[in-house]
Design a protein around this ligand. Structure first.
Ligand code: SAH
Length: 220
């Protein structure tokens, strides 16, 4: 990958990227920091070459191993909700996947911890994050359903795969006032939830319907 690839051309040019940004704003994304970072981040490098030309379309895209890179709107929305009360220092991501969401978080948060159960995806993501010189990210190959207890508490946790129910272990790893953004449900369509820790309790908001891959156990 050369600096020219990072810049993009044709279907990955800055003009195509700008169309994605305009669409995000039309869809209601309003956090200017999120918009600015998504404008500047080359989404096409997070896909295999054969799919790179589709990177700025308003859709999720396959990344292999039956997994997908989330649709730009969903990445923007989840990031915006996570950061709605101000910047966060320590953030945990469950499901590194391509590393795209990780790269957006890394540019907006102090430190990002990201776990992935499929080693091959994690390795590719690592290369891309290095290419973008994002050094405030720690990756771990593990089943992240239980989070990353050794590094808790987190000011924010974002899950990019859907568990059947709300994982209590993740809420326990939030710091006071910490925010968990997570799709929950067993069907093809799930509820995107925002859960905020308040002492020993928490409050839950249902945001919207989403389609995520399931959170699975074990490692590959
Ligand atoms: N944020 C990613 C989305 C990838 S799809 C991106 O921007 O590309 C969701 C990812 O969650 C997949 O890579 C899948 O392997 C991973 N995943 C699913 N269950 C997991 C678990 N229990 N622990 C860690 N990763 C998990």
């Amino acid at each position: 990958m050369t600096s020219l690839d990072l810049l993009g051309s044709g279907m990955t040019s800055s003009r195509t990227r700008e169309r994605m940004i305009i669409r995000l704003m039309e869809q209601g994304i309003s956090d200017l920091n999120v918009i600015d970072i998504m404008r500047r981040t080359p989404r096409h490098i997070f896909l295999d070459e054969a799919l790179a030309h589709r990177a700025y379309e308003d859709t999720s895209l396959p990344i292999g191993h039956a997994q997908t890179l989330s649709q730009p709107y969903i990445v923007a929305r989840m990031t915006e909700v996570l950061l709605a009360e101000g910047p966060l220092n320590r953030v945990l991501e469950i499901g590194t996947g391509s590393g795209y969401q990780t790269s957006i978080l890394a540019q907006l948060c102090g430190q990002v911890f990201s776990v992935e159960r499929i080693r091959a995806l994690q390795e590719k993501a690592r290369t891309r994050l290095q290419l973008l010189k994002l050094h405030n990210v720690r990756l771990r190959h593990t089943d992240g359903g239980m989070g990353w207890p050794e590094e808790a508490g987190f000011d924010g946790i974002i899950a990019c795969a859907a568990p059947l129910g709300i994982p209590k272990a993740l809420i326990a790893q939030l710091s006071e006032g910490g925010r968990l953004v997570i799709p929950v449900g067993g069907g093809e369509v799930q509820d995107l939830l925002l859960i905020i820790r308040r002492g020993d309790s928490h409050e839950t908001q249902v945001l919207e319907k989403v389609r995520f891959v399931p959170m699975l156990g074990g490692v590959l």
